[in-house]
Design a protein around this ligand. Structure first.
Ligand SMILES: *Cc1c(COP(=O)(O)O)cnc(C)c1O
Length: 232
């Protein structure tokens, strides 16, 4: 068994245990393997171990990887999870299945307009700033409802839910607090009539806290692929 296959199995166990502790079914929590900075060969190893959804942060790197893995394209779901600038939206609209990091209407409008004819709607999540001043990305919670409604009206996007990257915290309780705020916001939006099914929270360090607070998709990099090296 490859190292990556072993790590994937460990992460699946963590999800199963956290789901059991939350009295949830593990099937409610999907695993997004965050492969940024790792080569296509590592994605292929994870694929061979049964993983099908992969997350990337850097457009150019991702597009090269997607091309190198073109033979798997029909079976892989590619998720863009990084900050997105206007001049990169076309590549993302053309190559990805999901975008988790939408926090401005302008980016959403461009993605909708640039989605290729005949392609399925692009699944999107609104990124919300649940940690206050600490993070520069993400819409403010009190502006999320208005933005969500505008995005839900765009023709080639399908608004699926909310995403957050809270500040790191040491204890389980501290990790749970921002996740709970995001879940409460999602409950409010759903009560207002938006059909949302995705709560994208939880990374390698706070997977358990996220699953306890209702995560439906956890985004895990380090625990699957190892520590990232940004030096090249
Ligand atoms: C890198 C990244 C992850 C994965 O983080 P790990 O701590 O390596 O699991 C998840 N979400 C986003 C948005 C990221 O940029």
């Amino acid at each position: 068994m490859s190292e990556i296959a072993k790590h994937l199995e460990e992460v699946r166990q963590r999800i199963a245990q956290a789901a059991a502790a939350a009295s949830r079914s593990a099937a409610e929590v999907s695993l997004l393997a965050v492969s940024k900075t790792f080569p296509a060969a590592d994605v292929r190893a994870a694929f061979d171990a049964g993983q099908r959804a992969f997350g990337e942060n850097y457009v150019q790197e991702a597009v090269e990887k997607i091309a190198a893995l073109a033979d798997l394209r029909g079976d892989i779901e590619w998720h863009f999870i990084g900050p997105l600038q206007s001049n990169k939206t076309k590549l993302v609209a053309e190559h990805f299945d999901w975008v988790h990091s939408i926090d401005r209407l302008k980016i959403a409008e461009r993605l909708s307009g640039q989605r290729p004819p005949g392609a399925a709607a692009l699944n999107v999540c609104l990124q919300v700033n649940v940690s206050g001043e600490a993070s520069k990305s993400g819409v403010e919670p009190n502006e999320a409802a208005a933005l969500a409604r505008q995005i839900a009206a765009l023709p080639n996007l399908r608004l699926r839910g909310l995403m957050a990257i809270p500040e790191s915290a040491a204890t389980l309780d501290e990790q749970r607090a921002p996740h709970a705020r995001l879940r409460a916001l999602m409950d409010t939006l759903r009560a207002d009539g938006l059909e949302l099914d995705t709560l994208s929270i939880g990374m390698s360090a706070d997977l358990e806290a996220a699953v306890l607070e209702g995560a439906t998709m956890v985004r895990i990099g380090t625990a699957i692929f190892g520590a990232r090296d940004y030096s090249h």
